[in-house]
Design a protein around this ligand. Structure first.
Ligand code: GDP
Ligand code: MG
Length: 143
């Protein structure tokens, strides 16, 4: 299994609840390395562009309003099987369906305010990383 990168967001609800460190701890405990990270307050345009695949969905307006409601942490995670591993750590989109011990089971309040984002495939990971980070901002950690 090759080293892989995925894109992750600590969403505004989790930042507001002071859970950045607790969430980063879960990534690191699972063997994922944080190779880029920054705090941002997304503009409406940035949030709409990021979630463009959902623009026809009924919840799109609510999703954009939530994602711009406060600061987020955006990060790139690197490790073996990083895309799948991060989705496993996150749990299901709806916290009611998320397995015990996952981030969404432990920290999310609802399907709209669900604590974290994670890329769903290698292709979306590459697109999402490039949406927020330049190549020079991502520091591969091989030592
Ligand atoms: P994810 O990949 O698990 O984050 O889920 P999706 O890509 O399907 O949806 C993106 C985000 O839109 C989710 O994380 C939720 O914040 C939100 N979302 C998805 N489905 C619904 C829904 O049925 N209702 C509401 N209000 N929000 C949703
Ligand atoms: Mg998704």
């Amino acid at each position: 299994m090759a080293l892989e990168r995925t894109f992750s967001i600590v969403k505004p609800d989790a930042v507001a609840k002071n859970l950045i460190g607790a969430i980063y701890q879960r990534f690191e405990a699972a063997g994922l390395r944080i190779v880029a990270s920054k705090m941002l307050h997304l503009s409406k345009e940035q949030a709409e562009g990021f979630y463009a695949e959902h623009k026809e969905r009924p919840f799109f307006g609510a999703l954009v309003a939530f994602m711009t409601s406060g600061p987020v942490m955006v990060q790139v995670l690197e490790g073996e099987d990083a895309v799948r591993k991060n989705r496993e750590i996150m749990g299901a989109t709806n916290p009611k369906d998320a397995l015990a011990g996952t981030l969404r089971a432990d920290y999310a309040d609802s399907i709209d305010e669900n604590a974290v984002h994670g890329s769903d495939a290698a292709e979306s990971a590459a697109r999402e990383i490039a949406y927020f980070f330049t190549d020079a901002e991502v520091c591969s950690r091989t030592r």
